[in-house]
Ligand binder design. Structure first.
Ligand code: SF4
Length: 396
């Protein structure tokens, strides 16, 4: 029987080693061995990561190196190029020359939201001209188009509609999963999960289990914004507090549902707030190991109520490099081209990022906030960007 890692997630989410150390080839081997896995329920340590994610020495080095506020602030004060070189070395240690991407599509079923965050350019009130709600047929139609383009993943994120019941959001997943069982469904942020729990009177665990039973594969990382209480009060006062966001992700991880984590930066926060945010994520990851990927999101102020000068490209790259070094227990780091722009995303691949996200057909949320990037990129362009960074594209 093929040996595989004891830290793998559930069979349903068996795509990557939980520690992310096993590379694509190992995973293919695992897929081939899935029958054995399901029948025996047996796991063996992965020969590469020894079921620990890192060899003993590397683990000690990585978990003691950059684990305090002071460490983080020292990194932010460092020279950009030195910092970038260090983050790049760390990225290469984990992933060699490989950069990952996915062929995916984003579907945002509605923009009508009752929360009202000053940072948001996407949401609308029910009577606004730009308010919309997609019928399930239309959502299926868009998913069909994505499948025809070769998509293997859908990213479904919405808003908190004042009238749509939990069953509406659930049905979207159920119908999509029934129609396209091959698609990985990354759906609903922690903000939405909390809204579902509130409207039904059920626990997060119940909701997540229930969504998993109708096709949920993983949770996106949205809604984390910045965890600091004071900054959060200004940019998203009515949004769930940090500890609830973390609790939803903790619950998902316990259920074997992998999730992403995000940090929105470039608004009212300072490096100190970014470091605090990263340390909270790092702590939860130590506890659960359930974050698959971290996505640093650049804030675009256009059409929002936050009046700031856009953050500089240097500060963006520095932040990405610090994220790579401080989140040593999260395996993947995205250069999300939608908010970075194509050129900066390409450069970020040399500042710690190992994943350029995906084709992202029809993204709306960041474009409403003034992102000038196209509404989706062909797979060939993603590969071109990765090859232009002198790295090897790996489709996941
Ligand atoms: S950020 Fe999300 S929760 Fe806040 S207003 Fe926009 S859609 Fe609603």
């Amino acid at each position: 029987m093929t040996a595989f890692c004891a830290n793998l997630l559930t069979v349903q989410s068996l795509r990557r080693c939980r520690n992310g150390i096993c590379r694509k080839n190992d995973i293919l081997e695992l897929d081939a061995a899935l029958g054995d896995f399901q029948s025996s329920k047996e796991t063996l340590p992965c020969p590469r990561c020894d079921g620990m994610g890192f060899s003993g020495q590397e683990k000690t080095m990585n978990t003691t190196l950059l684990s305090s506020h002071e460490d983080g602030l020292t990194l932010f004060a460092a020279d950009l190029h030195e910092l970038g070189a260090r983050a790049d070395a760390e990225r290469r240690r984990r992933h060699g020359n490989q950069t990952y991407y996915v062929v995916n599509a984003h579907i945002n079923p509605t923009n009508v939201c009752r929360i009202g965050c000053p940072l948001c350019a996407f949401a609308a009130k029910p009577n606004d001209k730009k308010a919309y709600v997609l019928e399930i047929d239309e959502i299926v139609h868009r998913a069909q188009r994505a499948v025809e383009f070769g998509a293997t993943q859908l990213h479904l994120v919405s808003s908190v509609h004042p009238d749509k019941p939990y069953s509406w959001y659930r049905d979207i997943l159920r119908v999509l999963h029934q129609t396209f069982p091959q698609l990985w469904l990354k759906a609903w942020t922690a903000v939405e999960i909390v809204a579902f729990a509130q409207s039904t009177g059920k626990s997060y665990e119940f909701i997540l289990n229930d969504l998993q039973s109708v096709g949920l594969s993983s949770l996106p990382g949205g809604g984390a914004e910045i965890f600091d209480v004071e900054v959060r009060k200004k940019i998203a006062p009515n949004k769930i507090p940090a500890k609830i966001w973390l609790e939803v992700h903790r619950t998902a991880h316990k259920l074997g549902i992998p999730t992403n984590a995000t940090m929105l930066f470039g608004h009212l926060e300072t490096p100190k707030h970014r470091v605090e945010h990263l340390l909270k994520l790092r702590k939860l990851q130590e506890e659960t190991g359930g974050f698959d990927c971290f996505v640093p999101l650049v804030f675009h102020p256009k059409n929002t109520q936050i009046d700031v000068v856009p953050i500089s490209p240097q500060e963006i790259l520095k932040t990405i490099a610090v994220c790579r070094l401080m989140l040593d227990n999260v395996e993947h780091m995205k250069a999300y081209w939608v908010t970075l722009g194509e050129s900066l995303a390409q450069i970020a691949l040399s500042y710690g990022a190992d994943d350029i996200d995906g084709t992202v057909f029809e993204e709306r949320i960041h474009h409403d906030a003034g992102s000038h990037t196209p509404f989706g990129l062909p797979e060939s362009r993603l590969r071109e960007l990765i090859l232009g960074a002198k790295q090897s594209p790996v489709r996941i």
